[in-house]
Structure formats: C-alpha cells, structure tokens
Design a protein around this ligand. Structure first.
Ligand SMILES: NC(=O)c1ccc[n+]([C@@H]2O[C@H](COP(=O)([O-])OP(=O)(O)OC[C@H]3O[C@@H](n4cnc5c(N)ncnc54)[C@H](OP(=O)(O)O)[C@@H]3O)[C@@H](O)[C@H]2O)c1
Length: 270
C-alpha cells in the first residue's frame, strides 16, 4: 500500500545501483509501481535478472538489468548509455551499491578498507558523474532531476567494527552536500536517505546475525522495532517526487530514532 498516487513517476526514468537486492530492490519496486522506467545495476547478473522479473511481474513494467561494478567507470558509463538508449534519458539516480563486513580496525586489511570506500564512495562519485549530462538534460526540461545517495547513521557516532563503512558513508554525506550546491543552480537536486537498522536485509544479517543480537539491537531503538524496506522506499519516493522540489542537500534519517539513543553512563534502557 502506498500513500502516493500510483502515476507520480510516470514518464520518469530512474537508475538504481545495488537494485538487485535488499533495500535498493525495494526502491526499484516502489518507483516502478509509481510509473517510473527503472534500470537496476550491480555485479551479479543473475540477481539482477531475478529482481527484474519479480519487479516486472508485480508492476507490469519492463525493468532493465545490466551488470556493472560501480568501481569501474567504463562499466558504469556502459550502464548509463544503455539506460539512456532504452528509456531516452535519466531523471533520477539512486546510488545504493555498498559493501559491509564487521571487523575491528586492527584486523581490517589495507585492501578491505579500500574496497569498501571504493564501492560506496568512489562508486557514488562514478555513477553521479556518469549520469550528470543526462540529469542536466532532464533538468533543462524541468523534469525534477535528482540524485539520492543511500547513506547510513553509524558514522554519526563511533560504532566499533564499522570504520570502513563509517568513513565511506561520511564521505558520501559530504559529497552529496557539494553536489547539491554545485548542481542546484542547474536544477538538479541531491539528497541522502540514511537508513537505520532495516529488517530482512543483508546489512542486518551481517550486523545482528543471531536472534539474541537482534533482540538486543531492537531494545536500543526508541520506536522499538527495525524499519522495513518499504519505509526506506517511501522516503526515497517522497524525495524524488514533486512534493520535495524545494528539498536539496538534506540527509533524511529513517531509523526509528536509533542513532540518537545512548544508554549513558547510568546504563539506561528504553
Ligand atoms: N540494511 C540496513 O539495515 C542498512 C542500514 C544502513 C544503511 N544501509 C545501506 O542500504 C544500502 C543497501 O543495503 P542492504 O542491506 O539492502 O544490502 P545488500 O542487499 O547487500 O545491497 C548492496 C548491493 O550493492 C551491490 N554491490 C556491492 N558491491 C558492488 C559493486 N562493486 N558494484 C556494483 N554493485 C555492488 C550488491 O550486489 P552485487 O553483489 O550483485 O554487486 C547489492 O545488491 C547500502 O548502501 C547500505 O549501506 C543498509
């Protein structure tokens, strides 16, 4: 169920990185269900094909699924070119491709740190840059061109074992703010959506892999539950819609209040 009219993205085209699984697949489904042409990309063609079939079946839209590694500019440019060739342009970019594995700094390899920063941060730069001419063309036709970067909240504090992701996501927040100021005068908006703990995702399977850890994590969320993929997709739908046409340079936190809470020195529980 959606509170948005089902044709609010009719005629628009969205490219979504990481769109074959998890949160970004949910965003792809939400956008297609509201009329958008959707292209999804990530490394594994099989995941993309399965997701495209599923979304296509649910929405009666043809979903373009093209494999690319966001770390490789030539592969990213190929996806962008094929999306434009198929749908005639790009109005919306969602940059969500990311890597994560919890590990303390002392055990994190040089390559492991670089890999996460390359996928999350460099990958966000690569797709944003490759999409820019098409977003600009869309903006010049007053088509509400915009970018959403999928960030996180763990970089606001000092969460152990997440140094690589925290550094990458902090970089994404900073990059998005610059993008919003540089591209705003051209009519292109840029925002981040920062999910908190979202149930039924690879991210949470890695960070809270047992029922005990899940239960403990939920105790620290003021709204007392994990979020859903649909709740992140709805936040994205709002940001890309005309309802948000004066909203740029923001970080839209969707985390049930999780990052704000600290048990403090008294060990307070919610
Ligand atoms: N789950 C949460 O609770 C949570 C919380 C905060 C933020 N987030 C953010 O939300 C986004 C989605 O997370 P998720 O939990 O749904 O995880 P996920 O299903 O693992 O999504 C990550 C996606 O990135 C793709 N990817 C990884 N490396 C890539 C590369 N080099 N090039 C292209 N694509 C690549 C993966 O596909 P391939 O393997 O096919 O490449 C996968 O589809 C991420 O940005 C994550 O940081 C999630």
């Amino acid at each position: 169920m959606s509170i948005f009219r089902d044709d609010i993205l009719a005629g628009k085209t969205a490219l979504i990185t990481g769109g074959g699984t998890g949160i970004c697949k949910g965003i792809a489904l939400r956008f297609a269900a509201h009329g958008a042409n959707v292209a999804i990309t990530s490394r594994k063609q099989q995941n993309l094909d399965t997701a495209a079939d599923e979304i296509g079946f649910a929405t009666n839209k043809k979903i373009l699924a093209i494999a690319a590694d966001v770390r490789k500019p030539e592969e990213v440019e190929n996806v962008v070119a094929k999306t434009v060739e198929t749908f005639g342009g790009i109005d919306i970019l969602v940059s969500g491709a990311a890597g994560n594995f919890p590990v303390p700094i002392s055990q994190l390899s040089y390559n492991g740190f670089r890999t996460v920063v390359d996928i999350d941060l460099q990958g966000t730069f690569n797709v944003s840059k490759a999409c820019f001419p098409h977003l600009l063309a869309a903006a010049e036709k007053h088509r509400n061109a915009n970018v959403i970067c999928i960030s996180a909240t763990l970089q606001y504090t000092g969460i152990p074992f997440q140094s690589h992701v925290s550094a990458a996501k902090a970089g994404i927040d900073a990059f998005m703010r610059t993008m919003a100021t540089e591209w705003g005068p051209m009519g292109i908006r840029a925002n981040c959506v920062a999910p908190g703990p979202i149930g039924d995702t690879e991210g949470m399977r890695r960070l809270a892999p047992t029922p005990e850890l899940t239960e403990r994590a939920m105790k620290h969320v003021p709204l007392k539950r994990f979020g859903t993929i649909e709740e992140i997709a709805d936040a994205c739908l709002f940001l890309v819609s005309d309802a948000a046409r004066y909203t740029t340079g923001t970080i839209h936190v969707v985390d049930g209040g999780q990052w704000l809470f600290s048990p403090g020195v008294g060990g307070f529980e919610l």
